[in-house]
Design a protein around this ligand. Structure first.
Ligand SMILES: Cc1cc2nc3c(=O)[nH]c(=O)nc-3n(C[C@H](O)[C@H](O)[C@H](O)COP(=O)(O)O)c2cc1C
Length: 312
């Protein structure tokens, strides 16, 4: 069985990627998981400088999901390169570095710095974090903003560029198309959904930031629909995520059109989920006579459903 997939020039041994912000910088999990067995690790979002993030409470449990407003706490790109990358290289991890900018110039500078660092395999451009005021999602909510960031980053790097899209837009496929037109090698989606929870006893928001991003199984059907729409609109690979907690969930995204998938919130429930996901996908492939996982990508059969819908 062949689980390998290609994201632009990047070949992954399997389609399972640890989602940004839900796997630290990767090294934190090295005692529990052989990092070289993951398709890749998307790092916690990095700015040029270290950031404190928002004060607590920053996480709230919700039905079938969680709400977070971490505020992109992070060690900054220079410490990542000096302190985390050497260990990640030694452990044989495939590293997708998630970058965040308050300005277009910051994205460009980050891309330049990381392109010279040994052991970085791709850049995921975070234009979709709902939890910070400046930059980020301001770019990701418009076709022009997306186009501008992606084309500026593409000019300064040889690495595959993967803009990460926000679901907080009316038409995510048009944003994916703007990214493709700007030269993106793939798109990843979805980041979290802007959401809010209130403690009715105190009448106060449960998060210090008032609003946050919703993730976990609660968002999965919306994310699957968005992956399906993007796959129909762009030719570049789509990396899907949103509530994946089992092999069946991962397969759903792949069949909807995701070349690879990311797993975020489920890591907080089960850090050992990876071997279960792989075993479940392999079992499915065996039962369905699928030799290459790449053959499953976008294989959803909507033909009869469309006919039923038209005639009803
Ligand atoms: C605690 C937390 C921190 C996150 N931090 C980042 C981040 O730094 N950069 C980013 O692009 N996405 C970040 N995300 C979004 C996830 O990578 C992912 O897009 C989202 O949670 C949906 O996937 P899931 O339902 O599997 O968690 C974060 C999500 C959570 C829950």
């Amino acid at each position: 069985m062949d689980l390998s997939v290609e994201i632009g020039t990047l070949r992954l041994s399997n389609p399972l990627i640890a989602a940004s912000g839900c796997y630290g910088y990767g090294v934190e999990y090295a005692d529990a998981v052989d990092l070289s067995t993951l398709g890749a690790i998307a790092s916690k979002g990095l700015f040029l400088a270290p950031r404190e993030g928002h004060p607590p409470p920053r996480i709230v449990e919700t039905p079938s999901g969680m709400l977070n407003a971490i505020g992109l706490q992070g060690i900054g790109v220079h410490r990542y390169i000096a302190e985390k990358l050497p260990e990640l290289r030694r452990l044989g991890a495939t590293n997708i570095v998630n970058i965040c900018g308050s300005t277009l110039d910051e994205y460009v500078e980050l891309a330049r710095i990381l392109s010279d660092a040994e052991g970085v395999h791709a850049l995921e451009i975070n234009i979709s974090c709902p939890n910070i005021k400046e930059g980020g999602i301001t770019f990701g909510c418009s076709m022009h903003g997306t186009f501008d960031v992606v084309s500026a980053v593409k000019k300064v790097t040889h690495l595959p560029v993967i803009p990460k899209l926000t679901p907080n837009v009316t038409d995510v496929a048009s944003i994916a198309k703007a990214a493709e037109d700007a030269g993106a090698d793939a798109v990843s989606l979805v980041n979290t959904f802007l959401a809010m929870a209130i403690d009715v006893e105190t009448r106060r928001p449960k998060l210090s930031n008032i609003v946050g991003g919703l993730s976990g199984p609660a968002i999965r059907p919306i994310a699957v629909r968005m992956v399906y729409e993007c796959r129909r609109t762009v030719k570049i690979p789509v990396i899907g995520m949103g509530g994946i907690a089992s092999a069946v969930d991962a397969l759903e995204f792949i069949i909807a059109g995701a070349t690879a998938v990311q797993v975020g919130t489920a890591n907080f429930v089960d850090p050992f989920i990876w071997s279960k996901l792989t075993a479940g996908i392999e079992d499915y492939m065996r039962r369905h006579g699928v030799r290459r996982i790449a053959d499953l990508v976008g294989s959803v059969d909507t033909s009869t459903r469309e006919k039923e819908w038209v005639s009803s």
